[in-house]
Design a protein around this ligand. Structure first.
Ligand SMILES: [Fe+2]
Ligand SMILES: [Fe+2]
Length: 248
């Protein structure tokens, strides 16, 4: 654990673990390396493959040896079986703090997290107009943006990390087929990042996206989807280390 006098804190971030029942024994080494390389671990959603409690138990076992703090957000896969609450409960028992529109502080750095949602980017964003099903869909993205806004508003630390599963910008989904961009994130998630000071954003979901991008106000955004990290550099350990100053 860093001393109070330490000026920087390292976070190992990775998303899209897609842990399955047969993943037992395959993620342990990744977490050991992440805990050695950083002061805390950030898991950016799609923690499980089908959102099954059995998968969450396997992941909890894989994380058992980790002694540094672990913070997570859920992804769409973690909702697939309608048992997301049980997944959160199992991970919480294993010491994982799952953020769903909440904030926490680690070693003097604030962390705001929520899953986010899709709907597209910029002028291509879907609007709440027409059929009620469209309005419900768009409202989900609006609610996730509001959750991120309220989480950020609770933080008082000079440095803040935002954790999402879906991307808040188009830049880090580029590389994916353009036809599916609207399902990979939403510019609505970028709005709170323009109103609150944020040091860095991490997200996953776009397995074939781009590693880095910037919000319109210049905040670095990192796509830490594990398949992307590993495909981009097979020598890479499978997570990204953020070196964050405690003072902004
Ligand atoms: Fe994924
Ligand atoms: Fe996903």
């Amino acid at each position: 654990m860093p001393s109070e006098s330490r000026t920087r804190v390292r976070f190992a971030a990775v998303g899209d673990l897609h842990c399955r029942k047969e993943s037992a024994g395959t993620l342990r080494e990744l977490f050991v390396q992440a805990a050695q390389a950083a002061d805390a671990i950030l898991l950016c959603g799609d923690l499980t493959d089908y959102g099954l409690p059995e998968e969450a138990k396997v992941l909890a076992d894989e994380l058992a040896a980790v002694k540094v703090p672990i913070v997570a957000v859920l992804g769409n896969h973690d909702h697939e079986s309608g048992q997301a609450a049980r997944v959160v409960e199992i991970l919480a028992t294993a010491g994982v703090r799952v953020l769903d529109g909440e904030a926490c502080e680690l070693h003097g750095v604030g962390i705001a997290g929520t899953k986010g949602f899709c709907g597209g980017f910029g002028r291509g964003s879907l609007g709440p107009w027409g059929e009620s099903a469209i309005k419900v869909f768009v409202n989900e993205a609006i609610q996730e943006a509001l959750k991120l806004e309220s989480a950020l508003a609770k933080l008082r630390t000079p440095s803040r990390i935002v954790m999402l599963h879906y991307s808040p910008i188009v830049g880090t989904v580029e590389g994916e087929p353009v036809e599916i961009f609207p399902f990979l994130g939403s510019s609505r998630l970028e709005d709170p990042l323009l109103r609150h000071p944020v040091t860095a954003v991490v997200h996953g979901h776009a397995h074939r996206g781009c590693l880095e991008g910037l919000t319109v106000n210049g905040i670095p955004v990192y796509n830490v989807a594990k398949p992307l990290l590993q495909r981009t550099d097979p020598q890479r350990p499978g997570f990204r280390v953020l070196d964050i100053p405690r003072e902004a």
